[in-house]
Design a binder for this molecule. Sequence first.
Ligand SMILES: NC(=O)c1ccc[n+]([C@@H]2O[C@H](COP(=O)([O-])OP(=O)(O)OC[C@H]3O[C@@H](n4cnc5c(N)ncnc54)[C@H](OP(=O)(O)O)[C@@H]3O)[C@@H](O)[C@H]2O)c1
Length: 229
Amino acid sequence: MKAHMDRPYVIINAAMSVDGKISSVGNDSRLSSKHDLVRVHRLRSMVDAVMVGINTVLIDNPMLNVRYVEGREGSNPSRVVVDSHARISPTSKIMSTCKSIPTIIAVSEHADQARVERLRGMGATVIVVGRDRVDLRMLLKWLRGMGIGKVLVEGGGELNWSLLKEGLVDELMVTVVPVVLGGRDAKTLVEGEGFLRVEEGRRLMLIDVNRMHGNGEVILHYKVLNSNI
Ligand SMILES: NC(=O)c1ccc[n+]([C@@H]2O[C@H](COP(=O)([O-])OP(=O)(O)OC[C@H]3O[C@@H](n4cnc5c(N)ncnc54)[C@H](OP(=O)(O)O)[C@@H]3O)[C@@H](O)[C@H]2O)c1
């Protein structure tokens, strides 16, 4: 688990239903058990940064700190929000705590300057990477330059797609929750435009399988084989 020369080591973690959804059509994403949340918080405590897409922030309003790990509460990684147009709300949990937990908002050149200044004034680090949209390769390079060696990506599907498509992911951890949610508009683990053919898909190598405390959850742990190393 070593950082690369030009970018941090990147792990995607998500909880999904057996039919591949990471949230219901009603935007309910509370899929995994308390046991799994503890595992995710332990994972957070072992990385330098946690990254999410702006839709996840707008819908879930997460805090992205370390809470459920005894002895490690407060060992918070930096939070990185991928937000081309600086849409994050100043009243979100992330912005409300950005003075105590390092917070990086990655925006594009199209972000409204007044919004950017407001976020900076509240204590967030706002970086401009990309013209119309956040350039993820540029963002990861910048994070590496800031000494960030390991990043945990916690969704959502659009961000997962962009990172996987660009070959910027090293590991994928998926908790498969024994429930079927259905819904053609419910978000899946990986969204985006998708690969046309199976042979273009990102190949994975299964490195571990764990059953969670008899509650039916299965944690699949993969190495992403064709990342740009
Ligand atoms: N079950 C789980 O483990 C889990 C985890 C996380 C999220 N979720 C669920 O996932 C849903 C949100 O997922 P989502 O797919 O809609 O959105 P997302 O991945 O959270 O955010 C996508 C947004 O990020 C911004 N972005 C900027 N640059 C980007 C780039 N290069 N590539 C991709 N995105 C970029 C775009 O908005 P701008 O153009 O405005 O910047 C884009 O629409 C929520 O319902 C949430 O509850 C579930």
